[in-house]
Design a protein around this ligand. Structure first.
Ligand code: 5AD
Length: 329
């Protein structure tokens, strides 16, 4: 498929046309086009983000997630505020310019407590991205007043029935409302979804991509589903790395200026593909700075994780990005 035919197909895409593209035997030309658009629209910089997973306590029961509240076998932790701040300072010293603060929906970390942390972390000069789930509009507004610039809240799947089956605690409609609220409050808003969820079709992925564009998301995390042994979905096959990469490439074509991370889950499935995805439209990577004692307990999906070395880990990542001919920032 030529670049101009592709542009025609994408001018008024619907879920079916996107599914047809995802099904193409040879995706090479679309990867090339995604790489070209990425270079033209957002350049060669790869943004390095530090992610701090400060609590794995969660009140929700998402059926794919190892941290769902019904998994009573999961050892729980909640970092103290001084531990969070000292880790954040180390990330700033290592050269990170953004800290992603992620947790389960932990009732201890109220908007007031989170806001206080954000104010302190902003003093390091870092930008703060929050990824702590669904909240009331007033809570999102408070965090924004405290200096949060970005919010990550994946929609997970754009199929409302599938969404309800996977999330006994919520609806797609409410999730999308939260995303629109975040946009309205002036957040750079990150959505995203999983590839390979049981019951998902290629048309669903088409809907996922259209929803990202409709909101419109400034960032989108697209990663494969990975079965966790202590969840109701333990026997479901994991998502395909190739299909994930195809979805990232189409996201670049539909949202030319978006921040698209090479997701951690993609690296877990296949270390090669995580780097490869940088040539298919991705321009962001997140690195865990969560202290080792906690990191292995942040068990969303099974993963073998290298030890956290905030300074040397960052330098190693910079080298990997440079080796791909890109510029780490
Ligand atoms: N496989 C892949 N990704 C998962 N997430 C949660 N559980 C899994 C899983 N089993 C992702 C969700 C969530 C993010 C924090 O982790 O997309 O938004």
């Amino acid at each position: 498929m030529t670049g101009s035919r592709l542009q025609t197909a994408l001018r008024r895409p619907n879920a079916q046309t996107l599914a047809e593209l995802l099904r193409l035997p040879d995706f090479g030309p679309i990867y090339q086009e995604a790489d070209r658009i990425r270079r033209e629209q957002v350049g060669d910089t790869v943004h390095l983000r530090a992610i701090l997973e400060f609590s794995n306590i969660c009140r929700r029961r998402c059926r794919y997630c190892g941290l769902n509240a019904e998994n009573t076998a999961a050892p729980r932790y909640r970092m103290r505020e001084d531990e969070i701040l000292s880790t954040a300072r180390q990330a700033a010293e290592a050269g990170y310019r953004t800290l992603v603060m992620q947790s389960g929906e932990d009732p201890y970390y109220t908007p007031e407590r989170l806001g206080g942390l954000i104010r302190e972390i902003r003093k390091t000069g870092m930008t703060v991205t929050v990824s702590c789930g669904e909240m009331e509009e007033s809570a999102y507004a408070h965090l924004r007043d405290c200096g949060a610039d970005r919010y990550l809240l994946k929609h997970e799947t754009a199929d409302p029935q599938l969404y309800s089956r996977l999330h006994p605690c919520g609806t797609l409609e409410h999730r999308v409302d939260c995303l629109r609220t975040l946009k309205r409050l002036g957040y750079e808003t990150g959505g995203g979804f999983m590839v390979g969820l049981p019951g998902q079709t290629l048309e669903t992925i088409g809907q996922d991509l259209l929803l990202l564009r409709d909101i419109p998301c400034d960032m989108a995390g697209i990663g494969p589903f990975i079965a966790h042994p202590r969840t109701p979905l333990k026997d479901s096959p994991s998502g395909s790395a190739e299909l994930t990469r195809r979805a990232v490439a189409l996201a670049r074509l539909l949202l030319p200026k978006a921040h698209l991370p090479a997701t951690t889950a993609l690296g877990v499935l296949n270390a090669g593909v995580k780097n490869d995805v940088f040539s298919c439209g991705a321009n962001v990577v997140m690195r865990k700075v969560t202290p080792d004692a906690y990191k292995k307990k942040y068990d969303i999906y099974p993963a073998a994780l290298p030890p956290t070395e905030i300074g040397s880990g960052r330098r190693e990542l910079e080298e990997q990005i440079r080796a791909l001919g890109r510029i780490p920032e």
